[in-house]
Design a protein around this ligand. Structure first.
Ligand SMILES: Cc1cc2nc3c(=O)[nH]c(=O)nc-3n(C[C@H](O)[C@H](O)[C@H](O)COP(=O)(O)OP(=O)(O)OC[C@H]3O[C@@H](n4cnc5c(N)ncnc54)[C@H](O)[C@@H]3O)c2cc1C
Length: 490
């Protein structure tokens, strides 16, 4: 298997070559995506024909006390908890690395995060893990200048002005969220209040507010970002619950960004893994899982079968449809994976840039090619390390010229020298980026989606109660629960 590589574009690369590389990669992704879709269509909800044929050609991989599929935060946490209960876990991971949607790497001589990066004191489970492993945190330096949209383009604001304006708009958008999510870790505690709201999208609610055109520009970008580039795709209740979890105050909300584990996100994960005493097999994508009521048999795409009394399925919801389950998944799980929870368009990219504009933080309205920019490090030679996010399918982060052109609409003097990033929407093993529910999914899925199915339990932040979708805290929560469920079935 070829090693997974982030996408990159450098100033030195001739544009035509970079363009060709991008096209090749895009076509490869398209082919891989098509294959996964075709496979998924055949297997969603279980395809015993496939399971039987793969079982017929398998080689015995061994038997274990428990099998965990997926080595992201959810799976590794579940493995550690299983071990704590005296079970010897096997972890089967498709990629050639740990971490899934977190991926600590280096670029321009700095530690970077291609996926999940920031932790907050509001993430109680993450805080507990940081303390347990004695891992400190570092804060990204604050912006000196905020750039925000106007009716004619962009302009500079002080961070205090921009924070006050956006904070006031968010408070309006989520007014009453603290009652709807009175117990924010129990999303259905006030089902009566959640029910009428769960069917509406973030766009529906923004429209109801009848904001001025400019105010709308200040809030639509944030809503569209989390929804995957289009605020009508994302459930109002999902972001409202995050708002309630943040203390229903702008300070709590803005505090979700900027603090990171000193070891990087993968460093904390490695510490958890060390306590799992697990047999970790990388490059081992799982093709089929069958449960005969006594044991679970897990078959990799290479045709090796492992067995155990229980298994934890710790892959993203969007990936369930690529695995042949026998018996087929319950209706709620099958519907969730068919609809998807992980957003389908999302790129995070790091840039080495040049230009005299200080430390900036920029936000754009819905529909822009770039959704936000954040200065991270200022180098002595005047260059900067900067983070960009885009949920627009039309941005190709391997095309430096296109990225630069898009950024110059916001910061005219900026020159992009080098890019390293990840297109999570097209990631083969996530099948999407962070989770963000669509309208109606909270009521349709919870709590059934968190329940074990025979000898299988499910872990991924996409189905957490608290910080679900977009936060490792939710992944840890789901891993803890799935391990407890698995132990009961042994
Ligand atoms: C761009 C981006 C920014 C984010 N920012 C933040 C942030 O700042 N703070 C924060 O807390 N969170 C953030 N998140 C969210 C965070 O990264 C996720 O919540 C978390 O990593 C999800 O963990 P998980 O274990 O549920 O899933 P994953 O991390 O996706 O792990 C699932 C694992 O299953 C594997 N897998 C898939 N299919 C198979 C198969 N068939 N067989 C075997 N293995 C398989 C995958 O390779 C993967 O390793 C961000 C996410 C993204 C994408």
């Amino acid at each position: 298997m070829t090693a997974e590589k982030p996408q990159s574009a450098t100033e030195a690369a001739p544009e035509a070559g970079a363009g060709r590389a991008a096209v090749t990669r895009r076509s490869m992704l398209k082919t891989a995506g098509f294959a996964a879709l075709a496979f998924g269509a055949a297997t969603a909800g279980g395809n015993s024909a496939f399971a039987a044929s793969s079982a017929g050609s398998t080689e015995e991989g061994g038997s274990f006390d428990a099998i965990v599929i997926g080595a992201g935060y959810a799976g590794v946490t579940a493995a550690r908890e299983l071990r704590a209960q005296g079970l010897r876990p096997l972890i089967l991971e498709a990629r050639d690395r740990l971490g899934g949607r977190v991926w600590t790497d280096t670029f321009a001589g700095e530690q970077i995060e291609l996926g999940g990066a920031w932790v907050s004191e509001r993430h109680a489970l993450v805080e507990k893990e940081l303390k347990r492993y004695n891992i400190g945190t570092v804060n990204d330096p604050s912006a000196e200048v905020s750039i925000g949209p106007t009716l004619t383009g962009y302009r500079n604001f002080t961070p205090a002005e921009a924070g006050a304006r956006q904070g006031a708009l968010l408070s309006k958008l989520f007014a009453g969220a603290e009652q709807v999510f009175e117990r924010p870790y129990e999303p259905l505690y006030r089902k009566d209040l959640v029910t009428p709201l769960d069917r509406i999208s973030l766009r529906d609610r923004i429209n109801e507010l009848k904001l001025s055109a400019e105010d709308e520009m200040w809030i639509s970008g944030e809503a569209a970002t989390y929804s995957g580039g289009n605020s009508s795709l994302g459930a109002y209740t999902h972001m409202a619950q995050w708002w309630a979890l943040s203390g229903a105050k702008p300070e709590g909300w803005f505090g979700l960004i900027g603090r990171r584990p000193a070891t990087g996100m993968t460093g904390l994960l490695k510490a958890i893994l060390a306590d799992a005493g697990a047999d970790l097999r990388l490059n081992s994508p799982v093709a089929a899982i069958s449960d005969d009521g006594r044991r679970v048999r897990v078959t990799t795409r290479a045709g090796k079968t492992f067995s155990a009394p229980v298994a934890v399925v710790a892959v993203p919801v969007n990936m369930w449809k690529t695995i042949a389950f026998t018996p087929g998944l319950p209706a709620v799980h099958a519907a969730a994976t068919a609809q998807g929870v992980g957003i389908m368009s999302s790129k995070k990219f790091w840039m080495r840039v040049r230009g005299d504009f200080g430390r900036i933080s920029a936000s754009t309205p819905e529909g822009n090619l770039i959704s936000s920019l954040h200065s991270r490090t200022q180098f002595a030679n005047g260059e900067q390390l900067m983070i960009g996010f885009s949920e627009n399918p039309n941005l190709d982060i391997t095309n430096r010229a296109q990225v630069q052109q898009a950024i110059r609409q916001i910061v005219p003097s900026l020159t992009v020298l080098d890019i390293k990033g990840q297109d999570w929407g097209n990631d083969k093993w996530s099948g999407g980026s962070w989770g963000f529910r669509k309208p109606g999914q909270l009521l349709a899925q919870y709590p059934a989606i968190q329940q074990p199915f025979g000898r299988l339990s499910f872990a991924t932040d996409d189905i957490a109660n608290g910080w679900s979708g977009g936060f490792i805290d939710g992944a840890i929560e789901s891993g803890l629960r799935a391990a407890q469920q698995a132990v009961k079935s042994v």
